[in-house]
Design a protein around this ligand. Structure first.
Ligand SMILES: *Cc1c(COP(=O)(O)O)cnc(C)c1O
Length: 410
């Protein structure tokens, strides 16, 4: 929450993984190439022996992707890397793979961790496409899945008792779209006691506000489409893990052989966006809090879910698990669908659009947009009501965002 907590990442966000080539280019070039030439067979042999900074074909890797992977691993594994260095360990302790979309990263993380015959326990509320993947697609590959409400310790223990073949627990905290939090360390303790891995979708918090690997989670996934890139210009995803073997042997092959790779230009843009992430998150925290307080005080709002509000049921968990509360808010306007729809139609500054984490404010109606595919009964059970609005508070002046929301609430 303090300035220094975010600023400790500022140098890594700007310098980690940067490419310094022989020409002395200050900013990395975009390596817009499908293949890489070898000078001779000796160079081919050096590549086969695992020579560093050596590439063969861009589906395997390319310099812009490697640079982005190192920057993200450095941020998500910040403390683990510092601790390893202090202990004299120079082996990689956290590594990353960069994907073409967040869903490519999530599906690879899940399919790399659980195979046919295994079980996966997932949180009840999930991003719409992840929900679909877990519910509809994983069973087609022989992996059974079940959902655990809020992933509380009691519910999770019951789920493990029911499914002893569980290989992993998948969660989002804060969850999309309801902003419900999961106690990551508590889930890790239970899952590890049952020899299961924990995968955390850290898209809403970003490594600046929350580092699940430091809390014991095995794998972090991101839609880099959102805050990490921050400017709404591309789709991207990442898997970051402290389990190097799992990443290299199980998850890595899924990007190479399924081929869901990002382009050099998209990696270059994401790397550029990531440089200002610590600074952006600092302001998202400030704007998020101001907008949440405004909404909470408004008479046409039934409730506001923002981890930074004292009224938020999991505020204490938020304070202990996160270094700031970010720019995502869920709230319910009075009047159900009608009320929500009138409010959204009147907005002028805030854009009615899915996606989130951009420099500008985006707002959406989960029940008919991001979570429209989920059955109405399940939506009702998980808190995705017809009046629920998801707001991604941008970096405009908070006063202007509030003025727009105020006029639309009428
Ligand atoms: C957007 C999003 C995803 C999916 O990412 P894509 O880049 O759209 O594939 C996954 N999880 C969360 C929490 C998201 O917000």
């Amino acid at each position: 929450m303090t300035k220094s907590k975010h600023q400790k990442f500022a140098t890594a966000a700007i310098h980690a993984g940067e490419i310094h080539d022989a020409q002395g280019t200050h900013i990395a070039p975009i390596y817009q190439t499908s293949t890489f030439t070898f000078k001779d067979m000796a160079a081919v042999e050096a590549y086969s022996d695992g020579a560093e900074n050596s590439y063969i074909y861009s589906r395997g890797s390319h310099p812009n992707r490697a640079a982005l992977a190192e920057k993200l691993a450095t941020l998500e594994g910040y403390q683990l890397i510092q601790d390893a260095k202090a202990a004299g360990n120079n082996e990689p302790v956290v590594a990353a793979e960069i994907f073409g979309t967040g869903m490519a990263a999530i599906s690879a993380a899940l399919l790399g961790t659980a195979q046919a015959g295994d079980h996966v326990i997932a949180q009840d509320v999930l991003y719409g496409s992840t929900d679909h993947f877990v519910k509809e697609l994983m069973p087609q590959y022989g992996i059974t899945t079940s959902r655990a409400k809020d992933l509380t310790p009691e519910v999770l223990e019951e789920a493990f008792a029911e499914h002893p073949n569980t290989k992993c627990v998948f969660l989002e905290s804060p969850a999309n779209p309801t902003m419900i939090l999961v106690d990551i360390a508590a889930v890790v303790e239970i899952a590890h006691a049952h020899n299961a891995k924990v995968i955390v979708d850290n898209t809403f918090a970003t490594p600046i506000l929350q580092r699940p690997l430091e809390l014991g989670a095995d794998v972090v996934v991101h839609s880099t489409t959102k805050y990490i890139n921050g400017h709404g210009t591309l789709l991207g995803g990442a898997v970051i893990s402290s389990d190097i073997q799992l990443l290299e042997e199980k998850i890595g092959p899924l990007i190479r052989f399924f081929g869901s790779v990002p382009s050099p230009f998209d990696c270059w843009l994401t790397n550029l966006g990531l440089k200002t992430l610590p600074l952006r998150m600092q302001q998202h925290n400030i704007n998020g809090m101001q907008v949440a307080q405004f909404l909470e005080a408004h008479k046409s709002i039934n409730f506001v879910n923002y981890p930074g509000l004292e009224s938020f049921p999991q505020h204490e968990l938020a304070k202990s698990q996160m270094d700031g509360f970010g720019g995502m808010i869920a709230f319910e306007v009075a009047g159900g669908y009608e009320g929500a729809s009138k409010f959204l139609d009147r907005l002028k500054l805030c854009s009615l659009a899915v996606s989130l984490g951009n420099v500008d404010t985006l707002i959406e109606h989960p029940a008919s947009m991001t979570h429209g595919d989920i059955e109405p009964e399940i939506r009702a059970q998980t808190g995705i009501s017809d009046g629920l609005i998801r707001l991604s508070v941008g970096l405009e002046s908070a006063e202007d965002i509030i003025a727009d929301l105020d006029q639309a609430l009428g």
